[in-house]
Design a protein around this ligand. Structure first.
Ligand SMILES: Nc1ncnc2c1ncn2[C@@H]1O[C@H](COP(=O)(O)OP(=O)(O)O)[C@@H](O)[C@H]1O
Ligand SMILES: [Mg+2]
Length: 350
């Protein structure tokens, strides 16, 4: 049986905004599950419905065999971490973490032990007596995490917890959040609009768009086997080109009949003709961007503009705009989508 099951969840706000539209998914007991999608796609609404801060218009939520949507919020045993750290400024770090235990009337000795344990888990033990104002953003978010974990929740919900931190800290803390979740073993639902973060942190990713689920899968499935053009374009970089049967040299009959657009990742394109059997499109360099461990070459062709990833580029390599080049690729790496944006298999992979 599923640990958390959300079935046919819909939420309509006054004014007719349909924030959630028939959303169904399940999360396993020890899973790190991520809701990924652009701003406004319904991630926070979904999380708030699970936490009990919002009611669904339709649908059911079950956690560990019990109907969650009929349980009052304070009895749901859910820990929540927010984007703004939501710490109490007048309470010390330890008092902040103890807050939820106090509300649950946990005996003082047990509370002290659990607070100490939670602070050690998020590496704030040495700062227990400080006030939050004396702490960095990353440390304040650790308080939020400790406060959510200390109640030993059945489910940990995190709504863009790293959005207010700078890039380097974001990477550090996301790895730590994942390690903590794995060591504690609490099921977690993590919300982000950052696709790289989602790939790095998740067991499975649920990609959302306009209140609906586009695809649920492991990071590898979402990246390498996108089922819709939305997922293909939202996660990572994708070159998307209108399909034209007279187009760029695919083997005859290779493209599916219903092809409307085709797509290929920058790392699957090469400068130059490439190997036998490869497709080659002629064009000219539009832009060269050096990024250290890789470079991006944008090439304009009669079929469209393609971004090509060059791994480990020679520092002396410069490609002036206008330089004629050939873009080569293995057709097996091309993805085709129909007019509705759904993936259609090629004759070779079906
Ligand atoms: N309290 C509300 N009243 C009316 N509309 C809302 C409310 N909260 C969210 N919405 C709308 O619901 C949609 C989903 O919002 P939200 O769940 O916050 O998205 P996300 O977290 O993915 O950015 C948006 O169109 C938003 O404007
Ligand atoms: Mg949100």
């Amino acid at each position: 049986m599923d640990y958390l099951a959300v079935e046919n969840a819909s939420k309509t706000f006054g004014g007719g905004v349909r924030a959630l539209d028939g959303v169904s998914f399940s999360v396993e007991r020890d899973e790190f599950f991520t809701l990924l999608g652009p701003s406004g796609c319904g991630k926070t609404t979904l999380l708030r419905s699970i936490a009990g801060f919002a009611d669904l218009t339709e649908g059911t939520i079950t956690l560990d065999g019990a109907r969650l949507d009929r349980t009052p919020p304070h009895r749901r045993d859910i820990g929540m971490v927010f984007q703004d750290y939501a710490v109490f400024p007048h309470l010390t770090v330890a008092e902040n973490v103890a807050f939820g235990l106090k509300a649950r009337k946990t005996p003082a000795a047990e509370s002290a032990a659990r607070v100490a344990e939670a602070l050690a888990t998020v590496r704030l033990g040495a700062l227990a007596a400080r006030l939050p104002a004396a702490l960095s953003g990353g440390q304040q978010q650790r308080i939020g995490l400790a406060r959510a974990m200390v109640i030993r929740p059945k489910l940990l919900l995190m709504d863009e917890p790293l959005s207010n931190l700078d890039a380097k800290l974001r990477i550090e803390l996301r790895d730590e959040i994942r390690d903590i979740q794995k060591s504690v073993g609490t099921a977690a639902i993590y919300v982000t609009h950052d696709q790289e973060e989602a790939l790095a942190i998740s067991d499975r990713i649920c990609v959302m768009n306009a209140g609906r689920i586009e695809q649920i899968g492991t990071p590898q499935e979402i990246y390498a086997d996108p089922r819709t053009i939305f997922v293909a374009s939202f996660v990572g970089t994708m070159n998307v080109t209108p399909w034209d049967a007279a187009g760029p040299g695919f083997p005859p009959g290779f493209a599916p009949d219903r092809a409307h657009v085709w797509a290929i990742r920058p790392e699957h394109l090469r400068i130059g003709e490439g190997r036998p059997g490869a497709v080659a499109i002629r064009g000219e360099v539009d832009k060269y961007t050096y990024l250290g461990r890789e470079a991006h070459v944008a090439v304009r062709t009669p079929d469209g503009r393609f971004v090509i990833q060059v791994a480990d580029p020679a520092p002396g390599l410069r490609m002036q705009p206008g330089t004629p080049v050939s873009v080569g690729f293995d057709p097996a790496n091309a993805l085709f989508f129909d007019e509705a944006g759904r993936r259609v298999a090629t004759t070779r992979t079906s």
